[in-house]
Design a protein around this ligand. Structure first.
Ligand code: GDP
Length: 573
């Protein structure tokens, strides 16, 4: 019987994984209590670790969905935040820190967030339980707290204490039960006291006769009864670093000695329930019962979900029988079909285009390296009237100087590793296209399958990489030394590279004028550029690394100036 809770928790985890958690909620135990009622101490005693945010001004701002998973046979104890992808955290102070950060992340304007934090604790010392810790009710709004905080916390709690959840109402023994905010809230939604467990904390603060009277309370009778606890371990201050299960052991030991010193009031004959261990057992039992009575509703909800999913498939698949295998086969067929289309569209001309523009870029880089990195003063200024950059200069084709320049550039181009460059460009384009195809296919909903196909594609491309680069390199071998170019081809090539260059110049000009607008005018930009240029030549000094500004210019302005100094020579051949 006790396995039911475990199974139900597993089912919930699976449903969460497939994104159906909102359609199906399993009953949980929700923990409510006013601030300082000892709520955190009770929860920590159950878990056996200090892990909840502390601090005088620390108001819990989000519900914590705490799932405890008993791991018999293991010695490890650790927590996980599944939604945040944080796994296997065995340091509970780190869990505490994460919870504090998540709390602080809720903006004041929002007061509290209804979005629960999911935390799962695995340990051989915890029972299988599913608890929801809610923000504590506050009596008086603190000075630095938003005014609506009290109201918002109350609304949030009201949402969670609805049936079929079990309510764990925490009240302190030293406060009159009639004033217990937790019990008052639970009576509103559970007037007959059928699904509320009363926990009376701080039993050590009242004398035993009064303590026993509270546990036997007849004014607020609860079917599931009251349990009295002393969940603060002695010398609580030093507890912070106390080892894991020590906390529960210390509390139990302390409780045993306290309750057994009042056998008349708390002994077996007294007919009251006391102690954290008793509380843990009761919680397991009650949750199990609630789970089993909601089994029918749960299974109905799952069945309905399934029927709806089946219906949707019927609509989408036109009543064709659908199995996992046929779904996969159809998805693969569709992908193959779209891949075939890609191979028809991505042929020689497209590849040619890609390579050409990549090589054009390399030609530009060579030009930049050879001709453009000159100081500003050596360059022609823009035309004084039109302010346009000058036309390309004409080189004398018989000049030995230009012949050598041409030879050096051609050789740099042919030796830059064209084979590898070309293969990389084409392989990247294919890989990107496959990725785009996958995103349009039904595999986009299945991250695992999607990455398997991507991996397969990249493995195939990688395997072919070296031999392909070699082949391309072999093909261009004859051109590396002697290029036999006809006059017509030569003219065409010159024409083309001239166009590429003009386009680049235009691009630079546009970028330059955008820069001018950003810094507030051409004059200003020229001033900064001239400063940057002087600094580069060492005519003026820039203190430090110039990152903090210099010469009366801010650091941002100087960086724009540097950008312009780079662009200007490109803009003026
Ligand atoms: P929460 O604000 O409801 O979460 O309350 P805490 O668990 O933080 O407890 C509030 C204060 O009561 C803390 O100073 C605890 O040390 C103290 N406290 C909690 N449980 C007990 C208890 O059983 N006996 C005594 N004497 N003090 C307790």
């Amino acid at each position: 019987m006790m396995l039911l809770t475990k199974k139900m928790i597993e089912i919930r985890t699976i449903l969460q994984k497939v994104g159906q958690s909102s359609t199906l909620t399993l009953p949980s135990i929700v923990v409510i209590g006013s601030q300082s009622s000892g709520k955190s101490s009770v929860l920590e005693a159950i878990v056996g670790h200090e892990f909840l945010p502390k601090g005088s001004n620390m108001v819990t701002r989000r519900p914590i969905e705490l799932t405890l998973v008993n791991t018999p046979g293991s010695t490890e104890e650790y927590g996980e935040f599944p939604e945040l992808g944080l796994k296997h955290i065995s340091d509970f102070t780190s869990i505490q820190r994460t919870l504090t950060d998540l709390n602080l992340a809720v903006p004041d304007s929002e007061c509290v967030s209804h979005e629960p934090i999911q935390l799962t604790v695995y340990s051989p010392n915890v029972p299988d339980l599913s608890l929801i810790d809610l923000p504590g009710y506050i009596q008086v709004v603190g000075q630095n707290q938003p005014l609506q905080l009290k109201q918002k916390i109350s609304e949030l709690c009201d949402k969670y204490i609805q049936a079929p959840n079990v309510i764990l109402a925490i009240s302190a023994a030293d406060v009159d039960l009639a004033n217990s905010t937790a019990l008052r809230a639970s009576r509103r939604v559970d007037p007959r006291g059928e699904r509320t467990i009363g926990v009376i904390t701080k039993m050590d603060l009242v004398d035993a006769v009064r303590g026993a009277a509270i546990l036997n309370d007849k004014q607020y009778p609860l079917r599931l009864g009251y349990v009295g606890v002393v969940s603060r371990a002695p010398h609580s201050q030093g507890l912070f670093k106390m080892g894991a299960s020590n906390l529960l052991a210390t509390i139990t030991k302390n409780e045993n000695s306290f309750f057994s010193s009042h056998p008349m009031e708390y002994g077996p004959e007294a007919g009251v329930s006391v102690g954290t261990t008793t509380l843990r057992k009761k919680l397991m039992h009650v949750l199990e019962q609630t789970m089993s009575s909601s089994l029918q509703t749960t299974s109905d909800a799952i069945r309905q979900e399934l029927e709806e999913a089946t219906y949707e498939f019927k609509v989408q698949y036109n009543d064709r029988p659908l199995s996992a295998e046929s779904y996969l086969a159809e998805s693969l067929d569709a992908l193959k079909h779209s891949f075939k289309q890609l191979t028809e569209e991505f042929g020689r001309p497209q590849m040619h285009e890609l390579l050409k523009s990549e090589l054009d870029q390399k030609v530009l880089d060579l030009l930049a390296a050879r001709y453009w990195n000159k100081p500003i003063t050596d360059l022609l200024p823009p035309h004084p009237e039109t302010d346009k950059i000058a036309d390309l200069p004409k080189a004398d084709s018989d000049s030995l100087y230009w012949r050598r320049q041409l030879d050096a550039s051609s050789s740099a181009l042919t030796k830059l590793g064209v084979g590898r460059l070309a293969t990389t460009v084409v392989a990247t384009a294919i890989q990107d296209s496959v990725e785009a195809l996958l995103d349009q296919s039904s595999f986009s909903n299945h991250p695992f399958a999607r990455s398997a196909v991507m991996d397969a594609a990249s493995t195939i491309l990688n395997e072919r990489f070296y031999s392909t680069s070699d082949q391309v390199e072999n093909c261009i071998k004859p051109y590396k030394f002697e290029i036999d170019v006809e006059e017509r081809e030569w003219a065409q090539g010159r024409q083309h590279v001239g166009n590429v260059l003009k386009k680049e110049l235009n691009d630079c000009e546009t970028a330059l004028s955008t820069l001018e607008t950003t810094v507030g005018g051409r004059r200003k930009l020229r001033e900064v550029m001239s400063f940057v240029d002087k600094a580069r030549k060492g005519d003026v000094t820039v203190e430090g690394d110039g990152r903090s500004g210099a010469g009366g210019f801010s650091a941002a302005l100087l960086s724009k100036g540097r950008e312009a100094v780079f662009l200007l020579p490109r803009g003026i051949p």
